[in-house]
Design a protein around this ligand. Structure first.
Ligand code: 2AL
Length: 264
C-alpha cells in the first residue's frame, strides 16, 4: 500500500521526523511517501497559519492522487484541510488528531491531549468537539513549547512533555495521553514506557488506520457533502485549484448548471 504522509508546514526537518514515525508504524508492504507542504508557514500554531497551510495540503493531496497514493495522512494536529481533502481525494484521508483521539478512545475511557502553545490549544479543543470526543477527552493541556522548539535539544521537550503528562494523569482523571503535535511523533514509545499508560502519536495511529481502511476496501463516502467539489471556474491566484472534474456522472445537476462555458 502507498500512503502519502503530508507535513502541512514547510519545515523539511519536521517532515523527516514525521516520515520516521510513519515508517516505524507501517506494515512491511506499506510504502510511506513523505511530502512537505509546497507553500505556507514553517510551523502552524494558530488559526491564520492553519488557513494558509490548508492550500499547501490540498496541493499535496492533488499531486498525491495523480501519483497513485492509496491513502493520505495529514500530519499536523489541527488536521488542516481534512474535509476539503476528502472531497478531492479518491483515496481515504486521515488526520493525525482524529486518528489519535479515536485510538485513545479504544484503549482508555478518558485521555488528555498534550500540545504546544496555549494559543494552539484552542484548535485541539475545537477538534475534540468536531470529532464528538468531548466525553472521552478530559482536558487539552499546553506546554508552551513552540512547534519548532520541539527539535531543539536545549528546550528539553521530552522532559517538559513528560512533566505535563504526569500532571494530566494526576489531575485530569485520564488513563492515556494523546501527543498534540506531529513534531512529538518520536516521543511516544519512550513516554509510554516511562509513564506506564498508552501514549498515542497521531502519525503512527493514522498510518495504521489507513492500512486498516485499505485492507477492508473502505474509502470516503462520496454520497453527500464529501462528493467531489462542483465544477466551476475559479478566479485569481488560486485559479489552478479549480476542480478538473471526474466525469459527468459525479456531477450534480446543480454543479453542471454552475459550471459555465469554460468547464472541462
Ligand atoms: C502543529 C503540528 O502538528 N505541526 C505544526 O506545524 N503545528 N500542531 C500543534 N498543535 O502544534
Amino acid at each position: 500500500m502507498r500512503i502519502q504522509v503530508i507535513n502541512p508546514n514547510t519545515t523539511e526537518s519536521m517532515t523527516a521526523t514525521i516520515a520516521a514515525a510513519a515508517r516505524a508504524a507501517a506494515a512491511p508492504g506499506t510504502a510511506i511517501v513523505p511530502v512537505t507542504a509546497p507553500t505556507g508557514p514553517v510551523s502552524i500554531e494558530g488559526h491564520y497559519e492553519e488557513a494558509i497551510a490548508t492550500i499547501g495540503v490540498l496541493e499535496a493531496v492533488r499531486a498525491g492522487e495523480a501519483d497513485g497514493a492509496e491513502a493520505h495522512v495529514i500530519a499536523c494536529f489541527g488536521d488542516p484541510g481534512l474535509l476539503a481533502a476528502r472531497e478531492i481525494a479518491r483515496a481515504p484521508v486521515i488526520g493525525i488528531a482524529e486518528a489519535a483521539m479515536h485510538l485513545a478512545s479504544l484503549v482508555a475511557t478518558g485521555f488528555s491531549v498534550i500540545t504546544t502553545l496555549a494559543r494552539t490549544r484552542v484548535i485541539a479543543e475545537n477538534l475534540v468537539f468536531a470529532y464528538g470526543m468531548e466525553r472521552r477527552c478530559r482536558r487539552v493541556r499546553a506546554t508552551d513549547l513552540p512547534v519548532l522548539g520541539l527539535a531543539d535539544p536545549a528546550a528539553d521537550a521530552r522532559g517538559v512533555i513528560a512533566t505535563e503528562c504526569r500532571r494530566a494523569l494526576a489531575e485530569d482523571g485520564s488513563e492515556a495521553i494523546v501527543l498534540g503535535c506531529a513534531g512529538m511523533a518520536d516521543l511516544a514509545a519512550a513516554l509510554s514506557d516511562e509513564l506506564g499508560v498508552p501514549v498515542i502519536d497521531g502519525v503512527g495511529a493514522a498510518v495504521k488506520l489507513a492500512e486498516a481502511l485499505g485492507a477492508l476496501g473502505l474509502a470516503t463516502s462520496k454520497g453527500r457533502d464529501l462528493a467531489p467539489p462542483g465544477i466551476k471556474p475559479y478566479r485569481g491566484f488560486l485559479a489552478h485549484m479549480a476542480p478538473r472534474g471526474g466525469g459527468a456522472a459525479q456531477r450534480a445537476p446543480r454543479d453542471r448548471a454552475l459550471a459555465g462555458p469554460d468547464a472541462a
